[in-house]
Design a protein around this ligand. Structure first.
Ligand code: GLY
Ligand code: MN
Ligand code: MN
Length: 468
């Protein structure tokens, strides 16, 4: 097979067989896990990038559009598993060159050659039996499922998938280390490309060039902005003024689909103002303490609350809040400056398994707290070795928050409003520092920080800026 059509897989075939066998042992009816397709632009053959669904990839599906894995209850991971794929069309070689053979596909997936079938055989294979479905939300795939009349997987079936995907094995971790290494290179290129008077788009271009060189994709649309107070800001339209902070939240997905998610914030000029540096150091303390707290059996919600307390301690020191930090957290005063959760699962997606909603992020019996800020926490599980999560506290001056009587009035007694207003007037923006980490027992060194060699020390960060 030519390089051009090599099948990228993350794990050896027997690992996929084992994963399927484990899922099959938890099933009471067949499950069909769909790859999805590349959405078309203006005509079917002119498509956006194809990215196969994460559960399909996890259970050994090679990256083939409109393919699906059928897993029967009690299967050993090979017999009782079928990979449905569109057989090559007569014109494929003309338009696309050499395509993978069935032998290549079966070998990559860890299936016998007889385990492959044409997609239009799915109905006959099910023979009228009920089967659960798991699919990425693409219109053609959903239309196919609707035509087959198959229901979505129920919570028990999804939990069986989630329980397998929650902790990463050595193959998954190796892939995440690969995406992290490229992400570090790309973030360094972004820092080097940052200079007053240049555009955010110049920085985004420097980041993307590294990804293109490594044939990687973005894990989400990069947030590269002097308006860091817009938590998920899109587009890069601004010229970067001297004196501003640039927030760069950008992750890489390697060809096997594994992601990382890193944020750095730095002064556009390479020189911190005293208040920028002070609030940055508070954020860094929160990131470091929260990261160190990610040990097996720790409750992630407690890690969030710890980060909120460190932020409140710092905001009291900085004379933006007053009072006892623990009481400030209890009143969710931190959320005026830190209105989001400390992080989320990361793996085959930047927000791993968020397609399953809080079923993945929240342990059974746990639910989101209702208060502003805390309600955006995406994860509340007890951490286990091999779980990969982000730690991403921040401090922001968000005009929309300070314009809201509903949010501000109940906390007016603990806020230094003139100082807040001065920062808003100066368009302070926002600071976030984000690591992707893998939880490990203390005996084996504590959390592995996949973003560790991307500087966070304020002097080291500043020294990286504008060197390109
Ligand atoms: N950029 C999305 C996140 O950090 O969660
Ligand atoms: Mn991020
Ligand atoms: Mn994140």
């Amino acid at each position: 097979m030519s390089e051009q059509h090599a099948i990228t897989m993350t794990a050896p075939p027997e690992v996929y067989r084992q994963r399927r066998a484990k899922l099959a042992a938890a099933l009471e009816r067949p499950v069909v896990i769909f790859a999805g397709h590349a959405p078309a632009r203006n005509y079917p053959a002119n498509t956006h990038h194809f990215r196969a669904g994460s559960s399909y990839r996890y259970f050994g599906g090679p990256p083939l559009e409109n393919a699906a894995l059928l897993i029967e209850p009690g299967s050993d991971g090979d017999a009782g598993c079928t990979l449905l794929r569109r057989p090559p069309g007569a014109d494929d070689a003309l338009w696309f060159g050499e395509v993978p053979t069935d032998n290549d596909i079966a070998a990559a997936a860890g299936l016998r050659r007889e385990g492959l079938a044409d997609t239009d055989k799915l109905e006959a294979l099910l023979a009228g039996r009920a089967a659960a479905t798991v699919a990425p939300p693409f219109p053609d795939t959903l239309a196919w499922i609707a035509k087959l009349g198959l229901p979505p997987a129920n919570d028990d079936e999804l939990r069986a998938i989630i329980n397998l995907r929650l902790t990463k094995d050595e193959h998954e971790l190796a892939a995440m280390r690969r995406s992290s290494g490229i992400c570090i290179e790309a973030h360094r290129a972004a820092m080097a490309a940052t200079k007053p008077g240049k555009r955010e788009a110049d920085v985004a271009a420097a980041f993307m060039a590294v990804l293109h060189r490594h044939e990687c994709q973005v894990a989400f649309n990069p947030i590269i902005t002097v308006h860091g107070e817009v938590l998920h800001g899109q587009g890069h339209p601004n010229i970067m003024p001297d004196g501003a902070l640039l927030l760069c939240d950008a992750g890489v997905e390697e060809p096997g689909g594994y992601a990382c998610d890193f944020t750095r914030t730095f002064p556009v000029s390479g020189k911190w103002t005293p208040i920028q540096r002070h609030l940055y150091e508070i954020t860094l303390r929160a990131a470091n303490e929260a990261t160190a707290a990610c040990v097996p059996a720790a409750r992630y919600r407690d890690v969030h609350d710890l980060s909120a307390r460190v932020i409140c301690e710092g905001l009291v020191e900085a004379e933006l809040l007053r009072g006892d930090p623990a009481e400030l957290v209890a009143r969710t005063a931190h959320a005026l400056f830190y209105p989001h959760g400390v992080g989320h699962l990361v793996g085959l997606d930047a927000h791993d398994m968020e397609d399953f909603g809080d079923l993945a992020g929240y342990a059974p019996g746990r639910a989101r707290r209702p208060e502003f800020g805390n309600k955006y926490l995406r994860l509340d599980r007890d951490l286990e070795p091999g779980m990969c999560v982000t730690i991403e506290p921040g401090i922001y001056l968000v005009p929309a928050i300070w314009a809201s009587d509903e949010l501000v009035k109940p906390l007016a007694d603990v806020v230094n409003r003139p100082k807040v207003d001065a920062l808003l007037k100066d368009s302070f923006g926002g600071i976030r520092i984000e690591h992707t980490i893998c939880v490990r027992p203390a005996e084996t060194g504590g959390p592995e920080i996949l973003s560790e060699t991307l500087p966070t020390d304020p002097d080291e960060v500043a020294a990286c800026v504008g060197t390109g």
